[in-house]
Design a protein around this ligand. Structure first.
Ligand SMILES: *[C@@H]1O[C@H](CO)[C@@H](O)[C@H](O)[C@H]1NC(C)=O
Ligand SMILES: *[C@@H]1O[C@H](CO)[C@@H](O)[C@H](O)[C@H]1NC(C)=O
Length: 171
């Protein structure tokens, strides 16, 4: 029985990992430094309930290692406004957003295309301008960028309730 469950879980992860895709930012949809920006993903096909959001750069002098900008992001949100406090990164190219396991941030579920963070004052890409303008979600949780902040964002009792509500815990 346990073996079957483990196999089913492995199959789910194996086949579905390609179905969580970051749709914004992308190669032709940039972010703007010191501004609110939009992160969006294919929540409807995601096999994952939640993940840690990290920002990385191929140039180690810009970011030596991936930086956690949201400790626990719920998949069902489908998109999130990233505030200037969460991503205080300088303008540059070669950035990627990573969605990773909340328990192991090197277990990467999805990676965005390399994208650019343009300097403050640059126009937003046309497709995300309205989404960026309406966002205020960032005010709810000034997410820490260190591992130590994680504990503050995992209400253990609540997440169990959430898991039950989603039918993911079999009684
Ligand atoms: C974290 O994930 C990576 C990549 O999947 C894996 O190689 C590593 O063993 C994991 N670490 C732990 C502690 O599970
Ligand atoms: C994240 O998802 C896992 C299942 O993949 C669940 O067990 C856990 O409670 C969730 N955590 C939060 C904080 O929602």
């Amino acid at each position: 029985m346990l073996g079957r469950i483990a196999l089913a879980a492995a199959a789910l992860v194996g086949t579905a990992s390609a179905q969580l895709t970051i749709t914004n930012p992308s190669a032709n949809s940039w972010w703007v430094a010191q501004s609110q920006n939009t992160l969006a993903w294919t929540c409807n096909t995601s096999p994952y309930q939640n993940y840690t959001v990290l920002l990385a750069n191929s140039n180690p002098s810009i970011l030596a290692s991936p930086l956690a900008i949201i400790a626990v992001q719920q998949n069902y949100d489908c998109s999130e406004t990233i505030t200037q406090q969460q991503s205080a990164q300088p303008a540059g190219t070669g950035y990627t957003v990573l969605l990773a396991s909340t328990l192991n941030s090197t277990d990467i579920y999805a990676q965005s295309e390399p994208f650019e963070i343009k300097a403050l004052g640059a126009a937003y890409p046309a497709t995300t301008a309205s989404a960026s303008a309406t966002g205020s979600a960032g005010s709810a949780s000034p997410t820490g960028t260190t591992g130590g902040a994680l504990a503050n964002y995992i209400p253990v009792g609540m997440s169990m309730a959430a898991a039950l509500a989603l039918g993911l815990v079999v009684a």
